[in-house]
Design a protein around this ligand. Sequence first.
Ligand code: ADP
Length: 441
Amino acid sequence: MKRKINARMVLVAVLGIVTTMVLLTAVFYEMFKRQMVDDLRIYALLLQREIDQDQLLQSDEDILKEKVRVTLLNAQGEVLYDNQADSMDMENHSQRPEVQEAMETGEGQAVRRSATLDKSTFYYAVKLENGRILRVAVEAESIYSILGRAMPNLVWICGVLVLLSLLLAHYLTRSLVEPIEKLAEHLDDGMEITHYEELEPFIRTIQKQHQDIMENAKLRQEFTANVTHELKTPLTSISGYAELIETGMASGEDIVRFSRGIHQNAQRLLTLINDIIRLSELDDSQEELATERLNLYELAATCVEMLSVSAEKHQVRLQMDGSDSYVLGDRMMLEELLYNLCDNAIRYNNEKGQVQVQVQQKGDQVILMVRDTGIGIPKEHQDRIFERFYRVDKSRSKSTGGTGLGLAIVKHIIARHHAELRMESQPGEGTAIWVTFAAAQ
Ligand code: ADP
């Protein structure tokens, strides 16, 4: 990129320099020509006056002889006198443009290329009082010869200018590319790179994206490490129990106990794998949900019904209230959300505790509330329990069949439904979670 910018800058500079040189030469030549004609005109007019008054000075004639060609023609264009050639040999001049013009208007001028390419002749003709035509002429270099003579100097100047533009292009390219190079170097540390105002939004976006990618990579790595660890524990137990049975060291009663252990751990593995698959499914699909109109109250009532056995087992009183309330959503996801919230409210409850599930429409919102009188969540953990595998009390979670993924799945489902979550919890008193959906018509 650097090389390309550099090359283009130099190309533009060289083109600019050469064009300027050529145009300047043309302009100067034009000025030189005009000056030449002006001078010739003055000569011609002076001579005209001297001849008209019949007092042509000898000194003038001498000066003129050297450089200026003077020709005198009669009214018909025949040459009467020429100071540089024999007038007798010369043809009729009446057709020459400067002579014709002088015959008509009193004064005439013309420039003609000489026999040799490198010279031009400038003519100026005036009409005398007696009708004769006086013509003066000088030979001067043509534009080509001037260009040719100036060429060494032009080349030299061009060289210096090109060199200068090379240096300048190099410097400019460097300062242009520098912020981009810096950005690449400092993607990780988020350093401020403020060379160009216009680049700032671009730089910020790139930095943000890079940070997101890094964060995601870190989260994935952590998740993989956690998954491996979580899978290892039940597998180690299963392997241990199986080994004990295999060696024949276990008595009949032990065999039942160990088999139960194997069964429970295998069940745990299955739940874990299910949750992991669910999470990765939710992670993968970013497109909008294909939603349907669902009665959230009905879904919650079914869920409460389903969990009543578990509630009884934990000696928790499960209570449902509210009224029909419709939302647009994905049935399976909403069932999962309800299940996870109610299941937690039962599992993290106390004996003789209560769980209240409520679904109500308020204005254009449908609010789901799951409130328990359980162990509560200390303030410092409240933000983190939605992270994958984050548990406040690991052993309690595990002993009640938790995977540490339930609320991470809940958070995903809420985001996919553009719903909002609010939580209040007091250790020893209980927890309440509200999920607010947009009501469906
Ligand atoms: P788990 O499978 O361990 O229940 P979750 O993701 O559902 O995982 O919850 C994460 C953690 O949040 C739990 O381990 C628990 O410590 C805490 N938690 C969740 N719901 C409640 C609740 N209703 N009362 C108290 N603690 C809760």
